[in-house]
Every structure is written in structure tokens, then in C-alpha cells.
Design a protein around this ligand. Structure first.
Ligand code: NAD
Ligand code: AKB
Length: 313
């Protein structure tokens, strides 16, 4: 049996660091090649091979995939919602071309599986706000959301047309302490913990009652690996699965933090990210993921807050 050899592209980002470490724990350090434009992340050093790679350079990507005998690719490089609105052309170009490069090479090189995350950002103001279903009206208003929605259909196309086993899920806002978030609208839910511990005060860029779907990173990593390890016959969605962890507002999160740090204060100064947040659903119906590959989150707001306050340095 051929051993799996995995390439993680964008391995130094918020998800990439933790996903690479977990894949290395499962498959062995040498079997997981981390790659990024940035310098190798400190937490990855000494845990397995690292290559400097620009996913936009299709030839170099192709060479690496052949040279390293890659059998699976996890593509995490992207520009997120808030940064994307500052440079829409760049966001569209990176988010689309990186995916097309990977899908095209994967099809030609008989890559066994590709993972590419989508986002709750595919949904827009006309999508249902509560328990937003898997199949519904999808009219995104950000360039990031448009690129994710188009990307979902490219994944579906490569699966149907070429039989490529490409899998995807729509992550909610991810909360973690090992690596920093990379320019999203949900980043407040990470920043707040650093400021709460250091300053006992946080200025939030969203209004107090802005509910958004969120997930603690260990749940997101486990979901990703469970989806990738599921039997192909159980995967009924080849665009991207809805997946849910918890939903809360800045006011609810700050109340939870106050249980640990009573003097903590939050003030609200909504900025250009408020309309983006308001265009997204408040909660997500992930019954299709639950049914197809037994998805079940482990962390709620209380448990996640306790863990974050214990671990944030
Ligand atoms: P991030 O911005 O933290 O990390 C992305 C990484 O990609 C960075 O390390 C960056 O250096 C790298 N990168 C950028 N351009 C590159 C290029 N040309 N070649 C190679 N590497 C390049 O992002 P993240 O939060 O880890 O997100 C990973 C994926 O998950 C993205 O597709 C994102 O849209 C999706 N996602 C993230 C969240 C979240 O809350 N973090 C939620 C939904 C979806
Ligand atoms: C963002 O806020 O852009 C990301 C996401 C939900 O995709 N965290």
C-alpha cells in the first residue's frame, strides 16, 4: 500500500499551523510537507519538512507535487473577508487561481484527495439568518464570499467531470490561540481574549448584538480530518458542507469573559466590518454534515472561553 504524502499549502496561517501539527501526529512528521509564502512558523520547526512555495506559481507547485510524491493536498492559502475588501482584485486572483492551479494539477497527477475550505461568507443578506440551511439562497456581498462560492462550484465540477475526490466545508469564524487570525470579520472573537488578559479592556469593531457562527479550533481541525477520512460513498455534498459549532454576540462573549475577569470592560466602535458581519447568518444548520459523516461539535461558548483564557499568552 502506498503511504499517504500530504502537502499543506498556507501551513503558517491560523488553521495551517494546527492542522499541519495534527496531520503530522496522525501520518508521521515526514509524511506531511508544510508550505507557505511566509517563513516557517516557530511551532512547525523540527516537526517535519517545510518548503517555501507560492501557490500562484503553477509550475513550481507542479514540481513540488511530483518531487515530493504528494498523494493529498490541503489548500489553505487565501485572503479573508476584511482584508479582501481592501484589495478585491488581489483577493479574487489569489482565492480563485490558487484553487484552479491545485485542482488542475491534482486531476493530471492522480492526487487521491484535495481539501479546500469554504466559509459562511458564501451567504449573503438574502440567506436565512437563523439555522441557515445547506441548500438555500446564496448571494454574497464580499469579494471573499464570491470567491468562496465560485470555488465551491469548481470543486463540484472537478468531482463530477474528472472524478477528483475534492472535499470542503464552510467554516464559521475560528477561535484559536496557537497562531493569529489572518484578516477576517470574526477576528474580534480572538483579539478580545488577548486584550482582556493584558488590558482588561477591549474595543470591539462589531456592535454588541452581532450574532455570528463560530467554532473553537480543535473542533475545526477534528471536523476537517473526519471529513477527509470519511468513506467517499458517504459524501453527498461536493460543493461544501455547512458546519456549526456555536453562535454568540460580542455582548455574550464579554459576559462570559467577565465570569473569569470581573473588571473586564468592552466598548463598541463598529467599522467597515459591521455590514459584512450583518450580511452573514447568525447560526448554521449542519444537519447534512451530521447525517453524512457524523459531525458533532465538542465546544460551546463556556468551554471555549475557559480554554482560551487558560491558554492565551
Ligand atoms: P490565514 O490568512 O491565517 O493563512 C493563510 C496562509 O496562506 C498564510 O500563512 C499566508 O502566508 C499563506 N499564503 C498567502 N498567499 C499565499 C501564496 N500565494 N502561496 C502560498 N501561501 C500563501 O488564513 P486561515 O484563517 O488559516 O484560513 C485558511 C483557509 O480557511 C482559507 O481558505 C480561509 O478562507 C478558510 N477559512 C478560515 C476561517 C477562519 O476563521 N480562520 C473561516 C472560514 C474559512
Ligand atoms: C472571516 O471572517 O473572513 C473568516 C471567515 C468566516 O471566513 N473568519
Amino acid at each position: 500500500m502506498i503511504k499517504e504524502k500530504i502537502l499543506v499549502i498556507g501551513a503558517c496561517g491560523q488553521i495551517g499551523v494546527e492542522l499541519t501539527l495534527e496531520l503530522r501526529r496522525i501520518y508521521g512528521g515526514a509524511q506531511v510537507v508544510a508550505s507557505d509564502l511566509r517563513e516557517e512558523n516557530e511551532l512547525l520547526k523540527g516537526t517535519g519538512p517545510y518548503v517555501s512555495l507560492d501557490v500562484m506559481n503553477k509550475e513550481m507547485l507542479h514540481v513540488q507535487i511530483i518531487r515530493q510524491n504528494i498523494t493529498q493536498v490541503y489548500l489553505l492559502a487565501a485572503i479573508l473577508s476584511a482584508t479582501g475588501e481592501k484589495n478585491p482584485n488581489l483577493a479574487w486572483s489569489l482565492n480563485m487561481q490558487s484553487l484552479l492551479n491545485v485542482l488542475d494539477i491534482a486531476k493530471d497527477e492522480q492526487i487521491k484527495k484535495v481539501y479546500w475550505p469554504s466559509s459562511i461568507a458564501v451567504f449573503g443578506p438574502t440567506s436565512p439568518k437563523r439555522n441557515c440551511p445547506q441548500h438555500t439562497i446564496i448571494e454574497p456581498i464580499t469579494v471573499y464570499g464570491i470567491s468562496k462560492y465560485a470555488g465551491e462550484f469548481w470543486c463540484n465540477y472537478y468531482n463530477h467531470r474528472y472524478g477528483l475526490d475534492v472535499r470542503s466545508m464552510r467554516y464559521p469564524g475560528l477561535i484559536s490561540y496557537k497562531s493569529e487570525p489572518g484578516g477576517g470579520t470574526t477576528d474580534y472573537a480572538v483579539e478580545i481574549f488577548y486584550d482582556a488578559l493584558k488590558e482588561k479592556k477591549y474595543t470591539c469593531f462589531l456592535k454588541e448584538d452581532t450574532y455570528l457562527p463560530m467554532m473553537y479550533m480543535p473542533d475545526a481541525i477534528r471536523a476537517t480530518i473526519e471529513l477527509m477520512e470519511a468513506d467517499a460513498s458517504n459524501i453527498s455534498v461536493r460543493t461544501s458542507y455547512n458546519i456549526s459549532g456555536m453562535s454568540f454576540s460580542p455582548k455574550e462573549l464579554s459576559a462570559e469573559i467577565k465570569k473569569h475577569i470581573p473588571e473586564f470592560e468592552i466598548i463598541y466602535e463598529p467599522d467597515y466590518r459591521q455590514p459584512i458581519a450583518e450580511s452573514w447568518p447568525q447560526s448554521i444548520d449542519d444537519s447534512v454534515a451530521k447525517n453524512d459523516w457524523n459531525w458533532k461539535p465538542a465546544f460551546d461558548l463556556t468551554k471555549m472561553t475557559t480554554e482560551m483564557l487558560k491558554n492565551v499568552k
